[in-house]
Design a binder for this molecule. Structure first.
Ligand code: BG6
Length: 522
């Protein structure tokens, strides 16, 4: 006998029953969102980003049943190839094998070869889109993904607008543009890019990707802070002594030396990924999970970051480059010896910064950020390091091994959260040392998590802009790094060196030690 059959339990209303069933189904579904019918157009479809990230993510979404029932994929690129060859390419990417749904969908995969500078390319594209609306039921809805070099973003947007493809096709309700960083190379060029894009698409149609926002652990910052009562009360200047953000990579510039020469760690990581992680970690609670409620708070936080003058930057920033060293037992080249890199290059592969946030919650709490390539190990994390207790009733030598309490959000690779605090060492004396309490994503959720690109593609298709970067956020992040860019261009601070496989230059240690603190894992 079920509860609802029991004579003492009133029968469940049919609507309530339906709502409960829906909630149970949603809880079970790996992706609780289902985009409307649509055609996804990838510009740069024959390129690296498409074959390494976008197509495999789509194949995995297909396997999970998350793509719309009526879906078409249209590849656009300069390379000559027919529909069949494009289909074959799509069916060979990671995640495509043993994927019957992807194979089934491939009947609606089309390819348009053409130069973006020629309007005719867009004419042919719009013809193909009209065809798939009829043959594949995509109903005039479009998502355009710009997987091209950034110099072509504006050209593609203009080409689409010339054929009114910036609006939905007949019967459709949306046309969205997905763009990926870099959003300009400095404040001025990012403003220009925005103006160009806004000439053709409204801000609500533009979905700017920062793949860090697609990482589960980055999103978990919101859950940790706003779904619990125990952390938020101590998330402020009264309890937090300082904050550390580390984005450490073990890899060097790989085959991207040429690109990296004009990027450097400041543009490649700090302006985007670091600012995103920072703003989620330090922002005020949003009133809801509405995309703009969250993005408003993020931008407000970024506006509170103190922007020192160019002269002051010298004392607050360290820039450095890796030289030869040993990573994982293997000798590796220095940056200047990498392929595509100028042997006299002054591009930084490492940046450390001491920032301040000037608002009620964070006034006076220093913020230390560091990022670099060819560091000792891959590790991205945010640590809130708490103040020491006002008075320790133990003899000094008994607390020598006691570090300040800290809460560390491990973003990757060992995703989780650890709380470090003092505990009594068993034994007759009252020795106290730091111990850690660990939460591991892998152990708690053994099913694994979706790749960042899967999540972001699905959100863009479903029209959820929460994890995408709004124009004002991009601009504000550039405002923060602008004086640093300028001082780097003027040769300040002097470029430091660090051996590959180390934790960075001694100058970065001095930067934090000058305030009486130290990096968590030197
Ligand atoms: C990219 C940078 O945005 O992020 C790369 O251009 C960097 O240089 C990469 O290696 C790091 O991403 P992840 O997800 O491996 O931390």
């Amino acid at each position: 006998m079920s509860a609802s059959d029991h004579p003492d339990v009133p029968p469940i209303e049919p609507e309530l029953q339906a709502a409960l069933e829906r909630a149970a189904a949603e809880a079970k579904a790996p992706d609780a969102r289902h985009p409307e019918p649509l055609a996804l157009v990838i510009f740069g479809a024959s390129g690296d980003l498409a074959s390494r990230k976008i197509l495999p993510a789509l194949a995995k979404l297909a396997a999970r049943g998350s793509l719309p029932e009526h879906f078409a994929l249209v590849g656009v690129a300069r390379r000559e190839m027919g529909d069949e060859e494009f289909r074959k390419l799509c069916l060979e990417v990671d995640g495509a094998r043993d994927n019957p749904r992807w194979a089934e969908l491939s009947q609606c995969f089309r390819y348009v070869a053409g130069d973006y500078a020629e309007l005719d390319t867009f004419g042919r594209l719009t013809n193909v889109l009209s065809e798939v609306d009829v043959n594949c039921g995509t109903e005039g809805n479009r998502v355009y993904y710009l997987a091209t070099i950034p110099d072509l973003f504006a050209t593609v947007a203009r080409g689409l607008a010339a054929y009114k493809a910036n609006d939905p096709g007949p019967g459709g309700t949306f046309a969205r543009l997905v763009v990926e960083k870099p959003f300009g190379t400095d404040l001025a060029s990012s403003r220009r890019l925005d103006l160009d894009l806004h000439d053709c698409f409204r801000e609500e149609q533009i979905f700017r990707i920062d793949h860090y926002m697609g990482k589960e652990t980055v999103q978990n910052v919101l859950a940790l802070r706003f779904a619990n009562t125990i952390f938020e009360p101590i998330w402020n200047r009264r309890y937090v002594d300082h904050v550390q953000v580390t984005v450490a990579e073990e890899i060097g510039v790989e085959h991207r030396g040429n690109f990296y020469e004009s990027a450097g760690a400041l543009r490649d990581i700090v302006q985007n990924h670091v600012m995103q992680v920072l703003s989620l970690t330090l922002m005020e609670p949003p009133s809801s999970m509405d995309p703009n409620a969250i993005r408003d708070e993020k931008v407000k936080l970024l506006r509170s970051v103190v922007i020192p003058s160019v002269d002051q930057e010298v004392d607050h920033v360290v820039r450095a480059q890796y030289v030869r060293g040993v990573v994982d037992g293997e000798e590796v080249l220095g940056y200047r010896e990498e392929e595509g890199v100028d042997p006299n290059s002054t591009t930084e592969t490492y940046v450390a910064m001491h920032l301040q946030v000037d608002n009620w919650r964070w006034a006076g709490v220093p913020l230390f950020v560091r990022t670099g390539k060819r560091l000792k190990k891959r590790e991205t994390e945010v640590s809130m390091v708490f103040q020491r207790p006002p008075h320790l009733p133990f003899a000094g030598q008994l607390t020598r091994e006691l570090q300040p309490d800290s809460l560390t959000l491990r973003i990757q690779p060992d995703e989780g959260i650890s709380l470090s605090f003092g505990a009594k060492v068993p034994g007759p004396s009252f020795r106290v040392r730091s111990v850690a309490m660990d939460f591991s994503y892998r152990e708690a959720f053994p099913g694994g998590t979706a790749e960042a690109y899967e999540r972001l593609l699905l959100d863009a298709m479903a029209g959820d802009a929460t994890l995408f970067i709004r124009s004002d956020e991009v601009q504000q992040a550039w405002q923060i790094v602008a004086p640093i860019q300028q001082s780097f261009a003027e040769g300040e601070p002097p470029l430091a060196r660090y051996p590959a496989g180390s934790w960075g230059p001694v100058e970065a240690d001095r930067l934090i030690e000058a305030t009486g603190r130290h990096w968590r894992n030197p």
